[in-house]
Write a protein that binds this ligand. Structure first.
Ligand code: BV8
Length: 233
């Protein structure tokens, strides 16, 4: 890989697909079976908390035996090499709420849509690591009130996490790489335009062209467990 100094990587569901975690918009994908507008919104949680918590409890259970794949490990190795080489900035932004990047050892990692294995109390904001089933009658371990525990994920209409840091890094990156994302959800789908505006080289690694593919200068199509280790070598 040519000598770049400041890299921002954005991953989506495609990087975890080969670990057995569903993507969203493909045949049989998550949103093909469930309507996100009925499940991944604060209004849905307010209207029918049991159904929404059941949806996330099922995904949490599904995550318990998912393992990081060669793409996750290649990104973790790239981060270590990047820092060993004394290059300036490395940031991995993920839209995924799984813990597979952590399993592979990624450290400079930002979950802009939250984390499935964390629960937050919407009454006192207590945030804790949690593999248990969420239930409306389960009391918050901090404020002991029931009725407030929700998954620490960003729903549609909610503000993504870490945007200030992300835009700061996009403004000075010279390399932007999007991996396994369809580029359908904003503001994440707009990051490539931000990076281009600042003169960064832009690379897309995904299964097949998506909605924002035309905005990237370099493309590698195929499964992430093949394209990512090949590209980072
Ligand atoms: C917000 C957590 C206010 C929950 C998720 C313009 C500007 C700002 C907002 C909007 C806008 N226009 C519309 C909006 C509103 C909305 C939005 O974008 N709606 C869409 C539907 C049009 N956005 C929001 O509400 C966001 N918040 O706007 O706040 C604001 C305003 C201005 C500026 C800032 C803030 C919040 C959105 C977050 C929603 N939460 N997840 C949960 O998981 O349950 S979204 C969820 O869906 C993911 O996090 C991810 O972001 C998205 C899924 O996308 P992908 O990851 O790309 O997955 P997908 O299945 O679509 O694609 C998979 C890809 O992988 C495919 O390309 C496939 O080819 C590829 N693939 C498959 N297998 C492989 C592979 N690639 C490689 N190898 C393989 N083996």
């Amino acid at each position: 890989m040519a000598r770049y100094e400041n890299i921002v990587i954005l991953t989506g569901a495609g990087v975890s697909a080969e670990s057995g975690l569903g993507t969203f918009r493909e045949e049989g994908g998550l949103w093909a079976k469930f309507d996100p507008m009925k499940l991944a919104t604060p209004e849905a949680f307010a209207a029918d908390p049991e159904t929404v918590l059941g949806f996330y409890n099922a995904r949490r259970a599904n995550l318990s035996d998912a393992k990081a794949n060669a793409a996750h490990f290649a990104l973790s190795a790239l981060e270590q090499d990047w820092m060993m080489d004394g290059r300036s900035d490395f940031l991995l932004v993920t839209q995924n709420i799984d813990d597979l990047h952590e399993q592979a050892g990624s450290a400079s990692l930002l979950h802009m849509h939250g984390e499935l294995l964390k629960t937050r109390c919407s009454q006192c904001d207590h945030l804790f690591f949690d593999r248990e089933d969420m239930a409306i009658e389960r009391p918050c371990p901090a404020c002991t009130k029931a009725g407030g525990l929700r998954p620490h994920v960003v729903w549609f209409g909610e503000m993504p996490l870490g945007l200030d840091q992300i835009y700061q890094r996009l403004d000075r990156c010279d390399l932007f790489v999007a991996i396994g994302t369809s580029g359908t959800v904003y503001p994440a789908a707009g990051f490539v335009s931000e990076a281009r505006r600042n003169g960064a080289h832009t690379v897309e690694l995904t299964l097949e062209p998506g909605e924002i593919s035309g905005l990237f200068e370099e493309h590698h199509y195929g499964p992430a467990t093949e394209t990512v280790p090949y590209w980072v070598r």
